[in-house]
Design a protein. Sequence first.
Length: 277
Amino acid sequence: MPVAPIAYQNQWPAVAAQTLTANGAADGLISIPDTSGFYATQIVKMANNTPISEFFQVLEVISDTQMYLGAIGNMGDKRYKANGASLTAYTTAKASTVEAAQQNKRLPSPNAAMQAVLAAEPILAMRAMLVNHRGAPMYHKGPLKTLRASAVLTTSYVATPALDIINFNAVVVLTQFTKGSLTNAMIQFETSEDASTWFPAEMEKNGAVTASGDEAQTNKLATAHVLTPSGAGLTTYSNVLRADAGAALGAYFRAKIKGTGTVTSSLAVIQAYACNL
């Protein structure tokens, strides 16, 4: 995705030309590979190979790949997608593109900005929330991912693929375990910054604390959660790992699981989602 080489206090960096992935719409909607770097009120240039080019104003960036454009002007409270310009001249067949030059930011006045974040009475407080680079609230959970499809366990740890958790501070793990002939299963959780080198996400003290000089010393080992259902059939488990509760959570997360005993008729499914708590 386009990445600005430097952050400017009063200007938006230039955005290189991106080719439309769908024909421009009559209501001002365009689709491109990545809307990173485009902002509401920013002036952009549309062009095709006929050749024609025109300048428009960004009305709304609605997703990672789509935004609405309108006529340049003082839109006031009409700066929304209902005022989109017709962009039907810009088609994929004509190799149409959109780009933005480096330009001064068009920001709301301090009073308007204050009103946008002030919750009125009876709350009467300044609102604050974590958002991602698209402005989407980050308190919602990410999609549920199946990290391990149903499969017979082995007596050695088998790791799942990595789950991207870079924008989150917690992970919820949902495990379905059929014991079969096993004595139990053990599951561990790991974290990584590069999805290559992995570290324990949880560690625990092992034995009594001893003293050496002015240091209190204790052995620590990676935490292994032991799953010991009473019957041989399906049992479900859940684990919540939180950065603010002692778990080490980097950019990526994975689980690994193994069985103890005879693996006949055993099965395990592991699903997980990242979230902010």
